[in-house]
Design a protein around this ligand. Structure first.
Ligand code: NCD
Length: 318
């Protein structure tokens, strides 16, 4: 099988053929989901534990639904009320959970690298649902599937990623994925919201929306991640909207059939105008949510296949 991972920790370690394998399977799950019977049995008998150490609405719901649709026993740990508050370390929490024999562990954590660390300590498949400013692989994969379905391909597209790039794990994972698939990537935002070292990423940078959006096929907007800012990065939200908020006028610089994306949650009137977000001829924001469930079904299915193969091999050796 051309998916060789034991965990899904980031896009960085995925090869292009693995990305295509996952998206092809997700496409099939997207069709299943549009039918009356939405169930598959790829995860039957397996236990999935969701550990979200950071607030989440759509990602957690999406992972939960994906697991349930494929027949897993799904448990959501209420991390806010957990032993962590009593001083337990992340590793101790993980080892406790590991003793309950989960097969799939879905983790979101505010610290970059925390999910990778955890994956070393447990003997099940770990999926990163977002770690600090580092990676959010399933978001990039669902974005890729949405783009591929809307544009008919996932290569040689002009893609603009706009706004708070510096604090965004969504941007990082997308830049990695879309770069691997040979697209032309432009980052648009104020210099204060560009990450350090970005000039080595093989992307173009703009601090003017009209210039950056010129001729783009895809316009991806990002939320201002205020919870990750420890100082003033913009003069004011009003000023930011004026210069970088996506409205009809700025969007007119992109191609006529350019699609508009946003990972959510959206701040209407800060990074995007509400009417653009709701325009069904331009915005694919709802499709992104729909593809999110399909991509997570595919990711957990592929990881479960590898997990079963590893266990069978170990069993055969004993
Ligand atoms: C993103 C996240 O949590 O990184 N949201 C999401 O998963 N849909 C983006 C954000 O919080 O702005």
């Amino acid at each position: 099988m051309s998916f060789r991972q034991n965990h899904l920790l980031g896009i960085e370690t995925l090869a292009p053929d693995e990305i295509v394998t996952l998206l092809d399977l997700a496409d099939r799950y997207a069709e299943l989901e549009r039918g009356v019977d939405k169930h598959g049995d790829a995860l039957k008998g397996l236990t999935q534990i969701n550990m979200f150490f950071e607030a989440s609405t759509r990602t957690q719901a999406s992972f939960e639904l994906a697991g349930k649709r494929l027949g897993a026993d799904v448990m959501n740990m209420a991390m806010a009320a957990s032993s962590l508050k009593k001083g337990e370390t992340l590793i101790d929490t993980a080892l406790t959970l590991n003793a309950m024999h989960p097969d799939l562990l879905v983790v979101r954590h505010p610290h970059s690298g925390a999910v990778n660390l955890l994956a070393e300590k447990v003997n099940c498949a770990v999926l990163n649902a977002g770690d600090g400013k580092h990676e959010h692989p399933t978001q990039a994969l669902l974005d890729a599937l949405t783009i591929r379905r809307a544009k008919g391909r996932l290569h040689r597209l002009n893609i603009a990623i706009c706004g708070d790039i510096a604090h965004s794990r969504v941007a990082r994972s997308n830049i990695l994925l879309l770069g691997k698939m040979e697209n032309r990537i432009r980052l648009i935002g104020p210099p204060t919201l560009m990450p350090a070292g970005v000039s080595e990423w093989g992307v173009e940078m703009y601090d003017d929306m009209q210039a950056g959006l010129e001729g783009c096929d895809v316009v991806m907007m990002l939320r201002l991640q205020k919870e990750r800012m420890d100082g003033a990065f913009i003069p004011s939200e009003r000023e930011y909207y004026h210069r970088f908020g996506l409205d009809a006028e700025k969007l007119s610089a992109a191609k006529d059939d350019a699609i508009v994306m946003h990972p959510g949650p959206m701040n209407r009137g800060v990074e995007i105008d509400g009417t653009i977000a709701d325009d069904i001829n331009r915005s694919v924001i709802q499709e992104q949510v729909e593809m999110g469930v399909a991509v997570r079904m595919a990711a957990m299915d592929l990881l479960a296949q590898n997990l079963r193969a590893r266990r069978a091999e170990r069993g055969a050796q004993i």
